[in-house]
Design a binder for this molecule. Structure first.
Ligand code: SDX
Length: 422
């Protein structure tokens, strides 16, 4: 039996710490007993720290690999729809046809909101950012759907997961139509997940609306690409909030809040804003220079990733989807897409980006795709939140069933004043 231990020697201390390994990925120092042995570990931003063990998603940043429950993202994006993937993330296997039909029926039977939730929208200014509205409305679900729920009961957790997944498209779409002063369009029972969202976003009561099948397939792909990504900031937020025993609606509302930041899910909106600001190819050099200037806090939005030190596989699929949609819509001369292509090429040839291993991430092209679908910039992160709900509820459920589950309470290296008297 290989002795899976590491030795730490420091001053007069010599300790051994266990090494733990998963089915894939790097081995880890098991730091759980370090404190008792007189040490802490230090890792602001968790650059090299595993916060939990999980069987849901695997990301290999060196080899551009992303697996949902072992299946490569490329295959899932090509052959599945979003509900297949949401089912897979939560249950661990893809649904068989009968199970899928039942699941689709359950989700669509939960896609209406409690009628009083409509009033919550009315409390917002019309120009409120959709993410601000979504945080409030999802958080308020605790007051409508958390009556007699026991989060330690799988059946109750599953029911909450159904409600969150089913209602998110309605909540997101209404956050947009409210801003336009348009009447809320209700979800339908006999329409697919992505199509229901597009219908609630773009149809109006006095005009027929038909989702373009090519755009419908592309939108499902966008949702699949954003569904999960192991322990990213917002998923870690959901887990940390969930570790206190907070109800799932409060957990997901906190995940939405965390995703909103421009360093995370807000990057798609920020990338489009950046491309619009760059305007044309002649100005790319100035922005690349700014991105490299340590005294300038400008960063190339949609570039770089904590884990991917090679291509983000999602960015490649997103770029191809972008091309297909623009083709379908006869927009292949879309200036922003051409600008993004040139910017990507120049950045990838620049020694700064090569040395720091900065590549386009999932957010670099997603904004252009969503804009081509008619989705406004302010809704890009809301779409990201809609998709990531599938991952958040899967991780929340996995955490609730884990024997390792305990309240998350990081330690610190104290750098303040030593004890002194008044
Ligand atoms: C998402 O974690 C996930 O999985 C997230 C996500 C998911 O699906 O959940 O994949 C979704 O959030 C994608 C990332 C979207 N964010 C952006 O596109 C914003 C722009 N990128 C960054 O700000 C940055 O790259 C991060 C936040 C994504 C990653 O930051 P890290 O890992 O903390 O890296 P870092 O800030 O320590 O940067 C390392 C170096 C630094 O230079 P030095 O201090 O070493 O000299 O690279 C530089 C940074 O200045 N750098 C960039 C840069 N990103 C990093 N320089 C210019 N432009 C950039 N975009």
């Amino acid at each position: 039996m290989v002795d899976k231990k590491a030795k730490i020697s420091f001053q007069e201390k010599n300790i051994e710490v266990p090494i733990i390994e998963g089915t894939m990925g790097k081995p880890a120092i098991d730091a759980r007993k370090l404190d008792q042995k007189g040490f802490l570990s230090y890792d602001p931003g968790f650059t090299s720290t595993a916060s939990c063990s999980s069987a849901i998603t695997y990301v290999d940043g060196e080899n551009s690999t992303l697996l949902y429950r072992g299946y490569p993202i490329e295959q899932l994006a090509e052959h599945c729809d979003f509900l297949d993937v949401a089912y897979l993330l939560f249950n661990g296997e893809l649904p068989k046809p009968l199970a899928k039909e039942k699941y689709q029926g359950i989700i669509n039977s939960h896609n209406l909101l409690h009628d009083q939730i409509n009033n919550i929208y009315r409390g917002y200014r019309r120009d409120a950012h959709p993410m601000a509205v979504m945080i409030g409305v999802v958080g308020s679900m605790s007051a409508f759907y958390f009556d007699d729920m026991n989060i330690n009961n799988l059946k109750h957790r599953r029911q909450s997961a159904y409600r969150l997944l089913a209602k998110m498209p309605t909540i997101a779409a209404w956050s947009y139509t409210y801003s336009l002063g348009l009447p809320f369009i209700y979800p339908k029972y006999d329409v697919g997940y992505g199509d229901n969202f597009l219908n609630m976003m773009f149809s109006v009561p006095n005009k027929p609306y038909q989702v373009n099948p090519v755009l419908s397939k592309a939108f499902e792909k966008i949702l699949i690409l954003h569904a999960d990504h192991e322990q990213n900031a917002s998923t870690s937020t959901v887990r940390l909030v969930g570790s206190t025993g907070a109800n799932p609606f409060a957990c997901i509302a906190s995940g939405i809040a965390s995703l909103w930041g421009p360093a995370h899910g807000g990057a798609n909106e920020a990338t489009l804003k950046m491309l619009s600001e760059i305007k044309n190819e002649s100005r790319i050099g100035d922005y690349i220079k700014r991105a490299k200037d340590k005294d300038d806090d400008f960063r190339l939005m949609g570039f770089g990733h904590r884990v991917y030190r090679n291509h983000d596989p999602r960015a490649e699929i997103m770029k191809k989807t972008c091309h297909d949609i623009l083709d379908e819509l006869g927009l292949n001369n879309e200036p922003l897409f051409k600008l993004a292509n040139t910017l990507e090429r120049i950045a990838l040839e620049d020694e700064y980006f090569i040395e720091k291993k900065l590549y386009p991430n999932v957010d670099f092209y997603s904004g252009i795709v969503m804009r081509a679908l008619g989705i406004p910039n302010s809704m890009f992160t809301a779409v990201f939140a809609l998709a990531r709900t599938a991952g958040w509820i899967a991780h929340w459920n996995e955490m609730m069933t884990s024997a390792e589950n305990k309240i998350g309470r990081p330690r610190q290296i104290y750098t303040g004043k030593t004890r002194r008297n008044l």
